[in-house]
Design a protein around this ligand. Structure first.
Ligand code: ZN
Length: 469
């Protein structure tokens, strides 16, 4: 039996791992590569695998770097089931639709450049459209947490709560071997304990093989409880300057967590009297899906949901869907909080808010999520003096605040203790580290070495690693 690493190997995006057992070929995640436009386009256009050879897909969660290439897989002839939790299925409906629209406008942009610069190149087609997304949705089989199901001869799947985003799952595959049974665990993206809204990640014992994410394998997060005070201080000083707080945020989870914490601040009287806008149609849709899945919440949030008020509404909070309202908001000078997507500032309405606000010392840009290399978000984190927005260089004069405490990813300690938990009651022989940049991967490998994990590898794209006995 073997695992082939097709994506998110020695990098963060494009999660795709093929598990081949004696009788079944399963694909763990089918994510889009993100980063430099041309490079990602090539990587995504050629999936790096034979879609027809895959019997089933197991999807860990709805983030696009894990789910966004499913329409390409189906387009290339995959016709098996896609297993996902019920919340992941619902989120995919809106997130893949949004991704299809981005593909269409990306292709339009590239074709415009080809025509304008008379590049010797054929016009490009969008990687997929909404019709392909519908074909993906037809294939999704919803599997609730903790229900063990048959996914192929000699292979059973159980999803556990990963505590990363709504519906996110740790994948547990029990495989009957010729000599011994195997338990292969894939973290997907692993969350953190004590985060608002979601339950804590669950750790399955008895693993023989572990594929672990490593996003923050070299870092320790500050406790989420400290974020409340820090956020209140940022709001107050920006308000005192008469400025805006612009929060580029992933539409899934981070936005809802920020809203949830703001609601708490307001209830405690710690929020200045400034309006808060959620300016992202996708975030609005996703927040509605949150309301449909209280089975994914922790007790504190469930109590809030069952009481009269929603955890995602408070006085002075407005959801903005219409384009005209968004335009009016970005040109207005009123002190306010604006939560907008995309989270890495690569596309979406947040670009208009940054364009209008980044050159003023009064304003604050607050980054609350991971910023990959070669993205505008990363350049803002690095506090470059000038950044390019819509092709025009602009001075970065606004205050930049990075709050990794909001991170939905496990840190180094969390990842090591998850691996230790998986080793309990079993004989964990192999650990493979994926979904990280080189510094994070290396640091996590040495930490695991200190904790007596002897066989820890960092596979490259295309590597095949044997497992089982
Ligand atoms: Zn994720």
């Amino acid at each position: 039996m073997e695992i082939e690493f097709v994506g998110a190997a020695q990098c963060v995006t494009g999660s795709k791992h093929i598990v081949r057992t004696d009788h079944a070929t399963l694909l763990l995640d089918c994510g889009l590569a993100q980063g430099r436009r041309r490079e990602s386009f090539e990587l995504n256009a050629h999936l790096g695998l034979d879609a027809r050879s895959i019997d089933a897909v197991i999807l860990s969660h709805a983030h696009i770097d894990h789910s966004g290439a499913l329409p390409i897989l189906v387009k290339n002839g995959f016709d098996g089931p896609i297993y996902a939790t019920p919340a992941t299925r619902d989120l995919c409906a809106v997130m893949l639709e949004d991704a299809a629209n981005i593909q269409i406008s990306d292709a339009r942009y590239v074709n415009k450049v080809i025509e304008r610069d008379q590049v010797d190149m054929d016009a490009v087609e969008p990687l997929y459209t909404e019709a392909d997304v519908v074909r993906v949705l037809e294939r999704i089989v919803s599997v609730p947490y903790h229900r063990r199901i048959y996914v192929g001869k000699g292979v059973h799947l159980t999803f556990l709560d990963a505590g990363h985003v709504l519906g996110s799952a740790v994948t547990v595959l029990d495989v009957e071997g010729t000599k011994k049974n195997e338990r292969l665990i894939f973290t997907g993206d692993l969350g953190r304990r004590n985060m608002p809204i979601l339950r804590d990640p669950e750790t399955p014992p008895g693993a023989t093989t572990l594929i672990s994410e490593s996003t923050y394998g070299d870092r320790l997060h500050r406790p989420i409880e400290e974020m409340e005070g820090e956020l209140a201080a940022v709001l107050k000083r920006t308000y005192d300057r008469g400025g805006k707080v612009i929060i580029p945020s992933f539409s899934l989870e981070r936005a809802q967590e920020v809203i949830f914490v703001l609601k708490k601040l307001q209830a405690k009287g710690l929020m200045p009297k400034m309006p808060c806008y959620v300016d992202s149609p996708l975030t609005v849709k996703i927040t509605d899906i949150f309301k449909l899945h209280p089975e994914c919440y922790d007790e504190e949030t469930r109590a809030l949901v069952t009481s009269s008020s929603s955890p995602f509404d408070f006085e002075d909070l407005r959801y903005v869907s219409e384009k005209e309202d968004s335009k009016a908001l970005s040109s207005s000078g009123e002190p306010s909080i604006v939560i907008s997507a995309s989270g890495m500032c690569e596309a979406g309405r947040v670009l208009h808010h940054l364009k209008a606000g980044i050159e003023s010392e009064k304003n604050t840009v607050m980054l609350v999520g991971f910023q990959a290399q070669h993205t505008l978000g990363r350049r803002i984190v690095e506090r470059r003096k000038r950044v390019k927005i819509f092709g025009v260089e602009r001075d970065l004069r606004a205050e930049v605040v990075v709050m990794n405490g909001f991170s939905a990813h496990a840190d180094q300690d969390d990842l090591v203790s998850f691996a230790k938990g998986c080793r309990d009651q079993g004989e964990l022989r192999k650990v493979m580290l994926v979904h990280g940049e080189s510094g994070a991967l290396g640091a996590l490998r040495s930490k695991l070495g200190e904790a007596s994990f002897d066989d820890v590898t960092i596979p490259a794209r295309g590597d095949r690693v044997r497992f089982g006995q």
